[in-house]
Ligand binder design. Structure first.
Ligand SMILES: Cc1cc2nc3c(=O)[nH]c(=O)nc-3n(C[C@H](O)[C@H](O)[C@H](O)COP(=O)(O)OP(=O)(O)OC[C@H]3O[C@@H](n4cnc5c(N)ncnc54)[C@H](O)[C@@H]3O)c2cc1C
Length: 404
C-alpha cells in the first residue's frame, strides 16, 4: 500500500488503490469499476491544498497522463485543456496566441482542475476566480459516464465550476481567457493606516491591490518578504499591479518590474506554513481587517505569519467564496509543529461574525449549519451531487459531513 502526502506535509492518506489513466475512456472505466465494487474515489491534483480534500482510503487517481493544452481559439478567447495542466503551463502558449489567463494567484504549481475545484483566485475586484472562467467541462461521473456540462445549462455549470471533486473526475476543461496583457508592478512598504484607510478606493482603482501586514519581527522573513534594513513590524508589504501598453518597456527593476502578466504574478514559497483563508463581504472588509489586526496583536506570539489581504469580484458558482458578492480575502497561517489550532479557531469565530465563507483548499472549521447559512445555494449543489453520485463514490470523511 502506498501513501500520499500533500505539498505542505500536513495531510497524508493510504489509498488501497492508485491508478493513473492515460485516456478519458480508461478514467471512466476505472471510476465505474470502483463504484460497482463500493470503493470510494478521489482525484489528486498537485497536492497544494491544506485541507484533506484529496484524502481517501479507496482509489486515488493521478491524472497527470491527461495533461496539456488541446486547442486554443484566439478569436473566441477560449482554451481547451486536460485537467492536470498546471497554471504555469498556460503562460507561454497563450502569450504566443495573443492571450493571457484572466488573473493569477500567488503560485503556478496547481493543476487547473485542482485550482478550479476549490475556486483558486488572485486579487482584483473586477476579476473572478479560475472557476468563473470555466465555460465547459467533461466529467467522468460515478456511473462511469462522461457528462459534458456547458453554457447552455447555466445552473449545472455553476454547480460544476466549484465542486471540490464531488461531482466526478474532471476530464477536460474549456476556459475563457483574456487578451494578452502586460503589468507594471509597484511594491512598497506602507503603514497600516496608509494601506487600510483607503482600502476600498485602492481596490477599485487598481487591477490588483493586495498587501501582507506583518504582526511581528519574524513575519516578513517567513514569506520571503524581508528587506534588509527595513523594519516591517505593523507595516504592510503592498502590491499594486496595473496594465500598461506597449509604450512602457519591459523591466526587471526590483519592485518595479514590467512584463507579461504570467511573468509578473508568481511568487515562490517554502512549505513552512499551514494556511486558513476566509472571505468576507467587500462592504464589511475594512471593519473585518481592523478586527483581525487587533486580534493578531493580542494573540502574539502564535500569530507570527503575515496576514494577506486580497479581493475577488462576485461570481456565480454555487460553492464559490464570492457567490453573489464582491469579497475581501483574509489569510493567516499557523506555524507547523506548534499549537496553532486555538489561534485559528479565534480567527474563525471572529470572521464568522462577518458572514465569512471559506477557501475549500485552506484550513477551515465550517459546519454544515454554517454552510447552509453562508452559501445561499448549497442545497442545489447537494441535490446535483446526489443525482450524479447517489452512492457517494466521490465523498470522503472530510467532505461527507458537509455535503452528503
Ligand atoms: C504555496 C501555496 C500558494 C497558494 N496560493 C493560492 C492563491 O494565490 N490563491 C488561491 O486561491 N489559492 C492558493 N493556494 C491554494 C491552492 O490553489 C488550492 O488549494 C488548489 O486547489 C490546489 O490545486 P492542486 O492542483 O494542488 O489541487 P489539490 O490540492 O491536489 O486538489 C484540490 C481539490 O481538487 C480536486 N481535483 C483535482 N483534480 C481534479 C480532477 N481532475 N477532477 C476532479 N477533482 C479534482 C481534488 O480532489 C481536491 O478536492 C495556494 C496553496 C499553496 C500551497
Amino acid at each position: 500500500m502506498s501513501t500520499w502526502t500533500n505539498w505542505v506535509g500536513n495531510q497524508t492518506c493510504a489509498p488501497a488503490e492508485v491508478a493513473a489513466p492515460r485516456s478519458e475512456d480508461e478514467l471512466a472505466q476505472l471510476v465505474a469499476d470502483a463504484t460497482r465494487r463500493g470503493v470510494q474515489v478521489r482525484v489528486a491534483g498537485a497536492g497544494h491544498s491544506f485541507t484533506p480534500v484529496v484524502a481517501t482510503d479507496g482509489l486515488l487517481l493521478d491524472l497527470r497522463g491527461l495533461a496539456g493544452i488541446r486547442s486554443i481559439d484566439a478569436e473566441r478567447r477560449r482554451v481547451v485543456v486536460g485537467p492536470s495542466t498546471t497554471i504555469g503551463e498556460f503562460g507561454e502558449p497563450l502569450w504566443e496566441q495573443g492571450l493571457s489567463l484572466v488573473n493569477q494567484g500567488d503560485i503556478v504549481a496547481q493543476q487547473i482542475a485542482g485550482a478550479v475545484s476549490t475556486a483558486t483566485h488572485g486579487s482584483g475586484l473586477r476579476l473572478g476566480s479560475f472557476s468563473s472562467g470555466v465555460r465547459r467541462m467533461r466529467l467522468a461521473t460515478a456511473r462511469g459516464e462522461i457528462v459534458e456540462i456547458g453554457e447552455d445549462e447555466p445552473d449545472r455549470l455553476h454547480a460544476a465550476q466549484v465542486a471540490v471533486g464531488m461531482l466526478g473526475a474532471i476530464a477536460e476543461l474549456e476556459l475563457e481567457v483574456a487578451e494578452a496583457y502586460r503589468l507594471r508592478e509597484r511594491i512598497e512598504h506602507w503603514s497600516w493606516a496608509d494601506a487600510w484607510e483607503p482600502f476600498e478606493e485602492l481596490a477599485r482603482e487598481h487591477r490588483h491591490y493586495s498587501f501582507f501586514w506583518m504582526p511581528s519581527e519574524d513575519s516578513a522573513a517567513l514569506y520571503g518578504l524581508a528587506q534588509p534594513g527595513v523594519a516591517l513590524v505593523d507595516r504592510c508589504h503592498v502590491k499594486i499591479y496595473d496594465e500598461v501598453d506597449a509604450s512602457v518597456p519591459d523591466s526587471q527593476e526590483p519592485h518595479r518590474r514590467v512584463g507579461p502578466a504570467h511573468v509578473i504574478y508568481p511568487m515562490v514559497y517554502e512549505p513552512n506554513f499551514h494556511e486558513l483563508e476566509y472571505f468576507v463581504p467587500f462592504d464589511r472588509g475594512r471593519e473585518a481587517l481592523a478586527a483581525m489586526r487587533e486580534l493578531m496583536l493580542a494573540r502574539l506570539p502564535s500569530s507570527i505569519f503575515p496576514m494577506e489581504v486580497r479581493t475577488v469580484g462576485r461570481e456565480e458558482a454555487l460553492l464559490s467564496h464570492s457567490y453573489g458578492r464582491d469579497t475581501v480575502v483574509i489569510s493567516v497561517s499557523g506555524t507547523p509543529g506548534t499549537e496553532y489550532g486555538p489561534y485559528l479557531r479565534d480567527v474563525d469565530r471572529l470572521l464568522g461574525e462577518f458572514d465569512a465563507r471559506v477557501h475549500w483548499g485552506k484550513l477551515h472549521f465550517l459546519t454544515r449549519e454554517q454552510l447552509f447559512a453562508r452559501y445561499p445555494r448549497a442545497d442545489e449543489f447537494i441535490e446535483m451531487r446526489r443525482t450524479l453520485d447517489p452512492g457517494g463514490t466521490f465523498l470522503n470523511a472530510h467532505l461527507a459531513p458537509l455535503f452528503a
